[in-house]
Design a protein around this ligand. Structure first.
Ligand code: 4NP
Length: 144
């Protein structure tokens, strides 16, 4: 799960998808395309909305996406088109590039990108939680 900062959207996506799959069989992680917050926990507002739905994401630590991730992961879900081009530009072949998908391409929610809630209020976090949850439900059905 990849977003820009790895403190708002992708930590939620990591926590939500991991909660819906068999953790013995599926490993979920998240990363950011930027390194501004490396080593930090998720944003307080992501932690709060996750807690509201029974998920603890406080243990997560921000890291930057790297080329190595193409070797370690079968699927790379990105939150928006900017993330898509940043990640896809690091792919070294077609097989790696084909792993990169917009998260919302898994569902019909009327939009294709998970909006960045960083500069908005709490409502934005609830909104992104709901769309990420729907997409993760669809992904989990395929993986389980
Ligand atoms: P995220 O949100 O990509 O969903 O983690 C952001 C977090 C931090 C920044 C931008 C977006 N930032 O500019 O620091």
């Amino acid at each position: 799960m990849v977003c820009l900062g790895n403190i708002c959207r992708s930590p939620l996506a990591e926590g939500i998808l991991q909660s819906k799959v068999d953790s013995e069989a599926v490993f979920v992680d998240s990363a950011g395309t930027a390194g501004y917050h490396v080593g930090n926990p998720p944003d307080k507002r992501s932690i709060a909305v996750a807690k509201k739905y029974g998920l603890n994401i406080t243990h997560q630590k921000c890291r930057k996406f790297s080329r190595q991730d193409f070797l370690e992961f079968d699927h790379i879900y990105v939150m928006d088109r900017s993330n898509f081009s940043d990640v896809a530009s690091l792919a070294t072949n077609k097989e790696e590039a084909s792993k990169v998908k917009l998260l919302l391409s898994e569902v019909e929610v009327g939009i294709q990108e998970v909006p960045d809630p960083y500069y908005g209020g709490e409502d934005g976090f609830e909104n992104v939680y709901q769309m990420i949850d729907r997409a993760c439900e669809a992904i989990a059905k395929k993986l389980n």
